[in-house]
Ligand binder design. Structure first.
Ligand code: DNO
Length: 345
């Protein structure tokens, strides 16, 4: 396993030199944030990002994310243009030596929470989600808590997207996903890039929008849509783990060769669909992080790992879920678990 940490670029209050000081973290997960969704990432911009990271003695390991344009997800007439651009971006990433790209296929909204500063009993803050609260929110009024990502849609754009999606069923989304895979995967394979789809977070439909990357059955269906290693997964424990019926350890044993990227974090399930993000350690939440690490080790899995959302602790302020301190604790805890399990297996 290769331990990495997400870095949001030069505007990130967490710097590369901070990250370099976390033991065992050698890889960076990042992206180019100022290129409009759907446009080609030029090779020189990718090489510059890589160089900036290498200057600090780190490696650009994973791109998270190359976002998928809504026209592709909706299957509109403009999708071929965006698919061609996406494939070109993958070719450029391959030329720069990048071998793993994370993306998602969630309509309109990426990860969604209802509270960004949920106060935990120990005085730390973390993100949380209460389904009833989410469903009472109106996406058109902009009263959603959308951490860590910027949808950049105006009210009119959002209205028009939601209107179009009203006619798109789950099956339509599957069809559009297959069309996308058929369009980009040959380029990914040729460029030596493993694509790693991120599960939907939370893993069920919200605001009436379909979501399909949600459980084992659907992951199997997804992998069969383009049945080659380059069509793989980001196995995000905190996203899939919201549903008790999702057995993460079983998923790791079912498709170890198709998991290219592991997001490992813990959550505490509060109700059927509600949860709070916790510290990474097993006892802090509902997920067996030890068992998850053990499963990866048993499979002799060698992909990229990153600690995921951290709580805000020790008075840190910053990007929700992506502060330095708790993610550094998470990385260190995970590295310790991996070392212990690997040495005793
Ligand atoms: C949240 C992240 C997601 C993820 C995208 C992948 O913290 O895990 O925003 O980057 O869904 O495209």
């Amino acid at each position: 396993m290769k331990m990495t940490m997400r870095w949001y670029g030069h505007d990130d209050p967490v710097t590369l030199s901070h990250i370099k000081q976390i033991p065992n973290v050698t890889g960076i997960v990042s992206a180019i944030y100022d290129i409009p969704v759907g446009e080609v990432w030029p090779l020189d911009r990718i090489l510059k990002l890589k160089e900036d990271i290498e200057k600090e003695g780190l490696t650009l390991s994973v791109i998270e994310s190359v976002p998928v344009h809504e026209d592709i997800k909706m299957g509109t007439g403009k999708r071929d243009y965006y698919i061609k651009n996406y494939a070109e971006t993958l070719r450029n990433l391959g030329k720069a030596g990048i071998d793993c790209v994370c993306y998602n296929f969630m309509p309109v909204f990426d990860w969604t929470r209802t509270e960004l500063k949920h106060l935990n009993p120990d005085g730390s803050n973390s993100l949380s989600y209460v389904h009833e609260t989410a469903m009472a929110m109106d996406p058109l009024k902009g009263d959603l808590s959308l951490p860590g990502w910027d949808s950049s849609y105006t009210k009119d754009e959002m209205q028009s997207l939601l209107r179009t999606y009203a006619n798109i069923s789950e099956e339509d989304l599957w069809t559009n996903l297959k069309y996308f895979l058929d369009g980009v995967m040959p380029a990914a394979e040729e460029a030596g890039v493993n694509m790693a789809i991120h599960p939907d977070d939370p893993p069920f439909p919200i605001f009436g929008l379909p979501r399909v990357i949600t459980n084992k059955e659907n992951l199997i269906r997804f992998l069969k849509l383009y049945d080659k290693p380059c069509n793989g997964l980001t196995l995000c424990t905190g996203s899939l783990g919201v549903l008790e019926s999702n057995d993460i350890i079983d998923m790791i044993h079912t498709f170890p060769d198709r998991i290219h990227f592991a997001h490992i974090r813990n959550i505490k399930r509060e109700n059927e669909c509600d949860f709070t993000e916790t510290a990474h350690k097993t006892e802090c939440g509902s997920l067996d992080i030890y068992g998850i690490v053990r499963a990866y080790c048993e499979e002799k899995w060698d992909g990229y790992v990153r600690p995921d959302h951290g709580r805000m602790i020790w008075g840190e302020e910053g990007r929700f879920g992506y502060g330095l301190f708790d993610r550094a604790l998470g990385a260190t805890y995970l590295s310790g678990l991996f070392e212990a399990v690997e040495k005793t297996l």
